[in-house]
Design a protein around this ligand. Structure first.
Ligand code: TRP
Length: 477
């Protein structure tokens, strides 16, 4: 349940529909499902197995694989901490928008309201701008929630996810029914699902599919290893992994219907074509959707509220699962108490996320998200496959998974981890690097990319070596 909670999040509700639409609509489902079954599920099984086998946090788990590999574990737990800094700020936006739904505060021009009035967006990332008070208040609320949920340890997580997994799903279903019964819904849906097969020849579409699967399944970020370490000895590993992956993909697919049905209604009621809308990640959830909400014939406030409550409850279990791996790591190596480790990380996290509460926040969010989600995750996924597949006897892990699982893994799984997945990931990385060098992301200048993209990825990599070198508690005695 907690793994599903971590996987299903904002990534399903705004990222998936938009990525799908941009990369060929219905045709994108082909690379998406190929990526899901050739890389997503096998890697999820791998991470669950490692966690269950090592019964410890990622740094210690990699240390068990080989002493010199501890840094890989630190690397995987530091990345989601950076993701958390901006993910929480998107949740802070949701928090404000939940309250704004009460009086449909965005008015007639939701775009103007979001970028100018709410974010106070500056013209470029260099111009920092002032702190936005409503966002800072939202950050405080969300970070406090994360602290309260985590500091008592894993039992409380179990109780929280029993609510935060089903509630947003029910809300999403209500919203989908509302969306599909609006005039124009079918236009939106056919826009979402009509395949454009010519896009399948484009390498970037495949890149987007693998990136989305990694981000959405929370892969290569320590969390699945950490959660699996809490499983009972007899738990079925492979089944759990398959269920988690299908639940995640199913929610994304459903969210596409929720969002696009409402967009269809928006265009029909305003009398223009869908292609005239600017559908972009943040815009979709904070501009297009609120505009459509205002036009609803009745109960606009109600549907607006439940949309943002759904986003918040979808997001919270992903957000705290980004902090859990690093606190587990600190607890494992330095025997720091869970409460202390959580407190320290939440305070650092809060200050780190303040940059995203400034007028330049959305620029930095965009740059850091792009580099962490495409390079960071794919790179770590690759390193995981190499270290676990080549530096350790992968068949031992397979036998470990098979001991408790109904679905038995064959040699094909070893082949995927050792050859097929690394091969695909290397190609993707090379293509992505070439593309980003020839065309800097978002047209930003090179030093902005260096600051927001290269330095976080490389910095975290170096920091993980430092953490490995510092002596742990039991080593020091
Ligand atoms: N999978 C989450 C979502 O779809 C987001 C996410 C990205 C995440 N990286 C993570 C969650 C790391 C937990 C840990 O919204």
């Amino acid at each position: 349940m907690a793994a599903v909670g971590s996987a299903v999040g904002l990534g399903n509700v705004w990222r998936f529909p938009y990525i799908c639409y941009e990369n060929g609509g219905g045709a994108f489902l082909i690379p998406y499902f190929v990526a899901l079954f050739t890389a997503g599920v096998p890697l999820l099984i791998l991470e669950f197995t490692v966690g269950h086998w090592a019964r410890s946090s990622p740094p210690e788990a990699f240390k068990k694989i080989g002493k010199k590999w501890e840094w890989v574990g630190w690397w995987t737990v530091l990345i989601p901490f950076v993701v958390a800094a901006y993910y929480v700020s998107v949740m802070a936006w949701c928090f404000s928008y939940m309250l704004y739904s009460l009086d449909l505060r965005w008015g007639a021009n939701a775009e103007q309201f979001f970028f100018k009035t709410f974010l106070g967006m500056t013209n470029s990332p260099e111009i920092i701008g002032g702190l936005r008070v409503p966002i800072v208040l939202g950050l405080i609320v969300v970070w406090m929630c994360i602290f309260v949920i985590l500091y008592k340890g894993v039992k409380r997580i179990g109780k929280v996810v029993a609510l935060t997994v089903p509630i947003p799903l029910i809300l999403l279903i209500i919203l989908t029914i509302r969306g599909l019964t609006l005039p124009g819904a079918m236009e939106g849906i056919s826009y979402y699902l009509t395949p454009d097969f010519s896009k399948l020849a484009n390498a970037n579409v495949w890149l987007a599919a693998y990136g989305q699967v990694f981000f959405s399944l929370s892969l290569a970020q320590g969390i699945m290893i950490t959660y699996a370490s809490f499983l009972k000895k007899k738990s079925d590993i492979t089944n759990n992994a398959i269920i988690t992956a299908l639940a995640d993909a199913g929610t994304s697919f459903l969210a596409g219907f929720t969002v696009f049905s409402v967009i269809g209604y928006l265009t029909v009621s305003q009398g223009f074509g869908i292609d005239q809308l600017s559908i972009s990640g943040p815009g979709l959830t904070f501009v297009t959707y609120p505009t459509a909400i205002s036009l609803l014939p009745f109960a606009a406030t109600f549907f607006g509220m439940i949309f943002y409550v759904a986003l918040l409850t979808f997001g919270i279990d992903s957000a705290f699962s980004m902090i859990e791996p690093i606190t587990s790591g600190l607890h494992g190596k330095w025997k720091m108490s869970k409460a202390k480790a959580t407190g320290i990380m939440c305070i650092i996290g809060f200050f780190a996320s303040l940059i995203f509460a400034t007028g330049s926040g959305i620029h930095w969010l965009d740059i850091i998200d792009h580099h962490i989600a495409s390079f960071g995750l794919v790179l770590i996924g690759l390193v995981e496959c190499i270290v676990l597949g080549w530096m350790y006897k992968i068949y031992k892990l397979r036998e470990h998974a098979n001991k408790t699982s109904d679905v038995l893994l064959g040699r094909w799984w070893d082949f995927l981890i050792k050859f097929a997945i690394p091969f695909v990931l290397i190609i993707i990385l090379i293509l992505a690097i070439v593309e980003n060098i020839t065309k800097p992301y978002g047209g930003y200048s090179w030093y902005i990319i260096l600051l927001g993209g290269v330095i976080p990825v490389v910095g975290i990599f170096l920091l993980s070596f430092v953490l490995m070198k510092i002596k742990g508690k039991e080593e020091g005695v």
